[in-house]
Design a protein around this ligand. Structure first.
Ligand code: NIG
Ligand code: FE
Length: 412
């Protein structure tokens, strides 16, 4: 069979072949690198991966060829935790934080998430689509080929469903594949200020059933200043009954037990994990719940970083994501997240790449399609301006992406 595209002679071809499950402990160092590797694609999928002798014969007269003899070739990044659909920006609050206010102080005084809710509600569909396209274009240029996107800036039935419809529309229009997550339980909106439990009732009884057709996952911000552990359990009961996959924002500010609760409900992931109660990591490891670490948040809020090495040692499959949002993490750069993960979570560059590809794909239940370069999977690949793997996180605050191939098409 003739290939449509052949990428040849990669200095290092990162395949992640082998065990298709989430990688834990020493497995996190298993990259499946082929020095001088070749990869062929046909249509939207990977046709073959191997040596020059195996792959070159698949090229015909019309096959496009990319020489990668000075480059690393790897799977596209899976950014498995973002809030990438929002209107407005919050640089004034960012300055207030530099001058000493905390994230939770700003949230309590009606700013933070709620100021983005006001801006997002006020924006038209057309405006939101065009902002969404702009950010997704940037994400693609930084190597993200699959992204989870959460709601949570609508906080009314109408506005949350509108967000899900817009995420679906962006998914069809844009090369990046989007994974929609319903986060109606992100904050209590101003109109329910004096009746937070009434708001959660609406989330569970009205929004959740309507979100079912449009969202794959259900998430909740379970933390100090947000929703309680009891709230999370009420939501998870209803969401599981409706067939949603479960996710949670847990332990960004305080250990409330959300990560262990999520593990008990078979969650695909528990995210943040800066603070964990005893036994929570073990519960996640047993359940196979992926721990999504978001070091751009720690960086931007100047908060201590979680103990990633302890999580790894306890057998938690860890993943990395940007958490791209206008408050706690105004960045869509996965390469920058990898740098932070190496320097401050003390991940080896090899571990960081596994966490940002295959394990991240598991955190959104897409590992059957993306996250590694294996024949039959989607042809989502990056050609990096990097001669070695470690060069990617090492040379920081730049864009190392030379080419992005999405479903077999060269899009960057
Ligand atoms: O993941 N923690 C809650 N939500 C986001 C922040 C969203 C915002 O500030 O707009 C987070 O950090
Ligand atoms: Fe988040």
């Amino acid at each position: 069979m003739t290939a449509d595209l052949v990428i040849g002679d990669a200095r290092q071809l990162v395949t992640l072949h082998g065990d298709p499950g989430p990688r834990v402990r020493e497995g996190l160092r298993d990259l499946g690198v082929i020095e001088g590797g070749w990869v062929a694609t046909r249509g939207e999928t990977i046709l073959a991966v191997g040596t020059r002798a195996e792959i070159k014969p698949l090229a015909g007269p019309r096959t496009r060829q990319i020489d990668a003899s000075d480059a690393v070739v790897m799977p596209g990044f899976v950014d498995c935790h973002t809030h990438a659909l929002f209107a407005g920006t919050r640089e004034a609050e960012w300055v207030e934080k530099i001058e000493g206010k905390s994230y939770l102080e700003i949230l309590r005084s009606g700013g933070g998430i709620l100021s983005t809710v006001r801006a997002t509600r006020a924006a038209s569909r057309q405006q939101l689509l065009s902002i969404g396209h702009r950010y997704l274009d940037e994400m693609l240029r930084y190597g993200t080929t699959t992204a989870e996107v959460k709601t949570g800036y609508g906080l009314s039935t109408q506005d949350e469903i509108r967000m899900l419809e817009l995420i679906r529309e962006l998914d069809t229009e844009h090369p990046i594949d989007l994974v929609p997550t319903f986060l109606g339980a992100h904050a209590v909106p101003p109109e329910h200020r004096d009746d937070p439990s009434g708001y959660l009732d609406e989330v569970i009884e009205v929004m959740l059933p309507q979100a079912r057709e449009l969202a794959e996952f259900c998430d909740i911000f379970c933390d100090e200043g947000a929703f309680s552990l009891d709230d999370a359990e009420r939501l998870f009961k209803a969401a599981s009954r409706l067939g949603f996959g479960i996710k949670i924002h847990a332990g960004e500010f305080r250990a409330l037990g959300g990560a262990a609760l999520a593990a008990r409900y078979g969650a695909v992931s528990a995210d943040h994990l800066d603070h964990l109660a005893p036994g929570e990591a073990e519960a996640m490891a047993r359940a196979g719940t992926v721990g999504v670490l978001l070091p751009a948040v720690n960086f931007n809020l100047r908060l201590p970083y979680p103990d990633a090495r302890a999580l790894i040692q306890k057998g938690v499959p860890i993943a990395l994501a940007t958490d791209f949002n206008p408050g706690s993490a105004p960045t869509y750069s996965m390469p920058f997240v990898l740098t932070l993960a190496c320097l401050y979570l003390r991940l080896h560059p090899v571990e960081a790449i596994v966490a940002a590809t295959l394990n991240a794909a598991h955190a959104v239940a897409r590992a059957d399609r993306v996250g590694s370069l294996v024949p039959g999977k989607q042809a989502d690949l990056l050609v990096l301006d990097s001669p070695t793997i470690a060069h990617l996180p090492y040379l920081f605050a730049r864009n190392p992406i030379r080419h992005v191939i999405k479903r077999g098409r060269v899009v960057v």
